[in-house]
Design a protein around this ligand. Structure first.
Ligand code: ASP
Length: 301
């Protein structure tokens, strides 16, 4: 096998197809740059799709009706990373994350600072709400009796109100991870989840492997899930065992995590793949091995 792309959820298919297309378009490029571009393009394709209600354009907004995006990218060679958090009005957020990595001395920009950076980098502000996401927000608002500043209970958000596209790329031992999301629907403004946090939502190290997460960010983040999985692979576990063992640890340490979806996909430095989830029957991913697409389920049917 020469290349492997993997991505989370049903829209992972959109991501791996776009990644593979970009990979094939630029055979003359340096392979590390080519892999980075392919993975970023895979994530961007999902951001542009208005049918995906949890990523980019058409993603469900925060409590105030504003779409806030989180995105990050990491390269396993030199452990370079870039991220944006709670950025409003720019798309694709994953391009901004890449620009933070390549054009600033920082790893992450958030909120207004990220928006100013986007303007300076030449991105045009745009409306990210679609008629459908606006309709759902109005519907949600009508169901609210009193505005809640903070809700201390840890109830599960409705099934389709979150989900991140996490994309992994592997080529001859080189790894790239990326993810992008509009986060939890109806979140408090300024809330940032695990996705743009290196070590929580994603991690990549060519010496061990790469992992990217999706699910309730508050749970994933407290366990530093992506780096936990990569460290397990560094310690000799297969990609599948590393994912499974990390999810089992979360469930043992805090059993009520079982009420939330927390999922991870991983590729080890040798190109083998794994995935696991706290609610495996609801989780799937897509792979593209040398151009051949396959759907993989966390739950054995
Ligand atoms: N991890 C994302 C967040 O918490 C949402 C998801 O992937 O479901 O923002």
């Amino acid at each position: 096998m020469q290349t492997l792309f993997a991505a989370t959820w049903w829209f992972g298919q959109i991501a791996v197809e776009a990644a593979q297309r970009r990979w094939q378009e630029s055979p003359e490029r340096d392979s590390a740059l080519r892999l980075l571009e392919a993975v970023v393009e895979g994530a961007a394709a999902v951001e542009r799709d208005p049918q995906v209600l949890s990523v980019g354009y058409g993603g469900l907004p925060n409590r105030d009706g504003e779409v806030e995006l989180d995105a990050a990218v990491m390269e396993g060679g030199r452990l370079r990373a870039g991220a944006v958090g709670a950025v409003r009005g720019f798309l694709p957020a994953i391009y901004l994350a890449r620009a933070v990595m390549e054009r600033t001395p920082h790893l992450m920009l958030v909120g207004d600072g990220a928006a100013r950076f986007a303007l300076c980098a030449g991105y045009e502000p745009q409306q990210l709400l679609t008629p459908e996401s606006l309709r759902r927000w109005h519907e949600w608002r009508q169901q609210q009796t009193a505005p809640k500043e903070v809700s201390p209970e840890r109830g599960s958000p409705p099934a389709e109100s979150h989900d991140t596209v996490g994309v992994l790329g592997w080529n001859a031992g080189h790894l790239v991870a990326a993810c992008t999301t509009s986060g939890l629907a109806w979140k408090l403004p300024g809330r940032v989840g695990d996705s743009p946090i290196v070590g929580a939502g994603l991690y990549a190290d060519n010496e061990a492997g790469a992992a990217v997460c999706t699910g309730v960010g508050e749970e994933i983040w407290r366990f530093a899930l992506a780096s936990r999985v990569v460290e397990a692979m560094r310690n000799g576990y297969s990609a599948q065992r590393a994912c499974q063992q990390s999810i089992e640890f979360m469930l043992r340490r805090l059993p009520d995590v079982a009420a939330h979806q927390c999922a991870v996909i991983a590729i080890r430095a040798d190109g083998t793949f794994g995935l696991a989830a706290t609610q495996p029957e609801k989780f799937e991913a897509f792979l593209c091995r040398d151009g051949v697409i396959e759907r993989v389920r966390a739950h054995q049917e």
